[in-house]
Ligand binder design. Structure first.
Ligand SMILES: [Zn+2]
Length: 381
């Protein structure tokens, strides 16, 4: 039994309990109790001045992306090399407090996910699409067939590219029929769909097709945000870290694929636009805005920078931000009864930070302890 105490417990649903502790048995939260009622036995860890939160959740990462031996973004490494980079990136994110990540995603994620689940290799819970559908997949029949293939291979969700990259302008690339086939088939298989869509046309088609979540949406307008809310989609804006990381590591990407000077210009020009759309999304009645960073090579372990930017630049209330990266993110993953909340019966995925992140969001970066499935990890810093 593990007993954690701190000045406060932030439950992930907007509640704050002063002077409470959390009792962990095996891989579950056994109880959340006032300090005076905590059991005297067990392995006790006290964090005066600290806050206990649910483990953080990032709903959009690319687990194995990495810089190669030459320091440049490496796309041609063999699967065994990619797998080990995926493990390392997972550990980086776990130590930063992220106990669950959704990787959208490559086939190599599967064996890494399974290795972490076997309980020896440290890492966050990994939820992966194992691959993705895009315009090259083919027409509606090929779209449906690819969903079945990925589902049979063990994908936890389906990733669909319905628009160009923002480095190519972000225009729509899939027809309504293609999206109907992809999301319709995924719904039949009980799998959620994560749709890369930058502009209003691709996002509206995805909403009409019954897809689950819009990723990016960096060129959306109010009318489209209203449609997403009305149809009950989740919205995962990747508002800051993705572009900041690309710009900080420009020389490691430039010249590879669409990482051109023009591509970088298009990405960086829209930085204010992204933050503006994020603000519009927060103000859209009924729209569920979740937390995803789109962490690529260079960004793993820095995921909290997205949280800080959402509050400091995007104007989100820190308490709401915490909900978006815990219970709401869990709900968007279909795991709302399992993770993302500090309450009896939930998985023992916890983070302890110094300070009070409901007042100062930067406290989310002061990680003292991470508990995943009941097992404590101390960050190396
Ligand atoms: Zn992505």
């Amino acid at each position: 039994m593990l007993v954690l105490t701190a000045d406060r417990v932030v439950d992930g649903r907007g509640g704050v309990l002063e002077d409470h502790g959390v009792v962990v048995r095996e891989d579950r939260i056994a109880a959340v109790l006032p300090r005076t009622e905590l059991p005297p036995d067990g392995h006790r860890l006290d964090f005066p001045g600290g806050t206990i939160l649910p483990g953080f959740i990032d709903t959009h990462v690319h687990l194995h992306w990495h810089f190669g031996e030459d320091g440049r973004y490496s796309r041609g490494d063999p699967p065994e090399t990619n797998a080990l980079h995926a493990v390392e990136n997972g550990i980086r994110m776990l130590e930063a407090g992220f106990t669950t990540v959704q990787s959208l995603g490559a086939a190599v994620d599967g064996p890494v996910r399974d290795a972490v689940n076997r309980g020896v290799v440290p890492g966050p819970r990994i939820i992966t699409s194992l691959g993705s559908l895009n315009a090259r997949t083919g027409g509606p029949e090929e779209m449906a067939a690819e969903v079945h293939r990925l589902a049979d291979a063990g994908a936890d969700a389906i990733k669909i590219f319905a628009s160009e990259s923002s480095r190519d302008g972000g225009g729509p690339t899939l027809s309504q029929e293609q999206l109907d086939a992809a999301c319709g088939t995924a719904n039949e298989r009980g799998l959620r769909t994560l749709v890369h869509a930058h502009g209003p046309v691709s996002a509206t088609r995805a909403a009409n097709a019954g897809c689950t979540t819009i990723e990016h949406g960096s060129l959306l307008d109010q009318a489209t945000l209203d449609v997403l809310a009305e149809k009950g989609l989740f919205y995962d804006p990747n508002t800051y870290l993705i572009v900041a990381n690309y710009l900080e590591n420009k020389d490691r990407y430039l010249g590879i694929g669409n990482y051109t000077e023009e591509g970088f210009r298009l990405m960086s020009e829209n930085s204010e636009g992204r933050m503006g759309i994020f603000g519009m999304a927060l103000a859209t009645e009924g729209l569920r805005v979740v937390f995803g960073t789109d962490a690529v090579a260079g960004a793993h372990g820095q995921n909290v920078r997205e949280a800080v930017a959402r509050v400091e630049q995007g104007g989100q209330d820190p308490a709401d931000l915490i909900v978006s990266m815990t219970s709401l993110a869990a709900e968007s993953l279909g795991l709302g009864d399992e993770i993302g909340t500090v309450a009896e019966g939930y998985a023992a995925d916890l983070v302890v930070v110094d300070g009070d992140p409901t007042l100062d969001v930067t406290a989310l970066g002061n990680v003292r302890l991470v508990v995943k499935s009941g097992r404590p990890y101390r960050p190396r810093n």
